[in-house]
Ligand binder design. Structure first.
Ligand code: SF4
Length: 357
């Protein structure tokens, strides 16, 4: 049953997201209503990454929300012909690789990523040539052409496990330098991690969002928001893409999903009253809605400019074009079949090695 405009407005208000003002709800309710109406009418799946702003995130059902790999798996499982991926381009590409027969659409194909944009297939080939015979593991935050040159993919949640499952006592990890250093610390004494910038000619890349958090910032948050280390009900969370010294200061570090799960577990146990998350600010905005009993601080200057390109105003025209039977080329993720095939192999290997745990 299609909701009326008033019902859509009421549903947004009922979410009680503290970052959504009444003015914002009024301004955008009509667009949200039209998007949801067309979504339902045409059976479109709208996947929402948890760094989307709350009104965009709310276009997705709970099962359509999550992190990049989880969403791509959802894309592979759906029967829908059209998938709108509200995230950045490398994520939509991963969905396409896992569902080549489906039409994967993204509201702005220029939505990039400082990791994926700064390390491509050429850089992978260079570092591989410098270390012949060493397996190459690539973070899923990369484009299909770069994945296609690698042996296995990983996420921030499964990197250490996948690395340990690879043959030999060393591996190449690309492209995230902080991620590589964090992995190096975790695998110390077990595996050698080779990464760009160690005199092997490569320069690597960092996440322009997570690199913003410094040790001084994190200590200032601990003092200002009164989250002492080891406090029983106050926790400081740090994303795995942050600097190693920032990770060491955390009460908990991990992927977006691991952080969300840890919050959920502590909320269920009644042991979380206050939290700060060193990550993209809209993640906190969405968690505020999901866990209203927790007092969150958010740093909304720390916004991913690439994620911010995905707006309600850019999503609606896709659905209107589907409705009108118009050409979808400007939004469609289109990869050559050879690239899809080559990039699918390292993703598949990651899934096999993850399942073997
Ligand atoms: S938050 Fe960082 S890793 Fe994620 S899309 Fe933005 S730049 Fe890339």
């Amino acid at each position: 049953m299609t909701l009326t405009l008033d019902e859509v407005r009421d549903a947004i208000v009922a979410r009680e997201n503290p970052t959504l003002t009444m003015a914002e709800v009024e301004l955008h309710a009509t667009t949200v209503h039209r998007i949801l109406e067309l979504k339902q009418q045409h059976g479109v799946v709208i996947l929402g990454h948890n760094y989307m702003e709350p009104l965009v995130y709310g276009l997705s059902e709970k099962i359509e929300q999550g992190d990049s790999l989880g969403l791509s798996r959802s894309a592979a499982e759906t029967e829908a012909e059209f998938i709108i991926f509200n995230g950045v381009r490398f994520m939509a590409e991963t969905a396409k690789i896992l569902s080549p027969e489906k039409r994967v659409l993204i509201a702005d194909r220029e939505a990039g990523c400082s990791l994926a944009d700064n390390f491509g297939a050429t850089e992978v080939r260079q570092i591989r040539a410098a270390h012949p015979g060493v397996p190459v593991m690539i973070y899923v935050n990369s484009y299909a052409e770069a994945k296609a040159e690698c042996d296995v993919c990983c996420t921030s949640a499964n990197a250490a496990h996948i690395a340990m499952a690879l043959p030999g006592d060393e591996l190449i990890f690309v492209p995230d330098l902080f991620f590589a250093q964090n992995l190096e610390e975790e695998l110390q004494g077990h595996k050698r991690v080779i990464y760009p910038g160690q005199g092997n000619g490569g320069h690597g890349a960092v996440c322009e969002v997570h690199e913003q958090f410094t040790l001084d910032d994190i200590r200032a948050v601990r003092n200002g928001f009164d989250i002492p280390p080891g406090h029983p009900t106050r926790r400081l969370y740090v994303h795995w893409e942050c600097r190693p010294e920032v990770l060491r200061e955390a009460d908990f570090y991990g992927s977006t999903t691991q952080i969300s799960n840890d919050i959920a577990q502590h909320v269920a146990a009644g042991s979380l009253e206050r939290a700060f998350i060193a990550s993209e600010c809209e993640l906190t905005s969405n968690l505020m809605e999901e866990f209203p009993t927790v007092q969150f601080w958010t740093a909304c200057s720390v916004r991913c400019s690439h994620m911010a390109r995905i707006t309600l105003e850019k999503i609606l025209p896709i659905l209107e074009a589907i409705d009108a039977g118009d050409d979808l080329q400007q939004w469609e993720v289109d990869l050559p079949p050879k690239v899809i095939e080559a990039a699918a192999a390292p993703i598949q290997r990651m899934m096999e090695l993850s399942a073997a745990s």
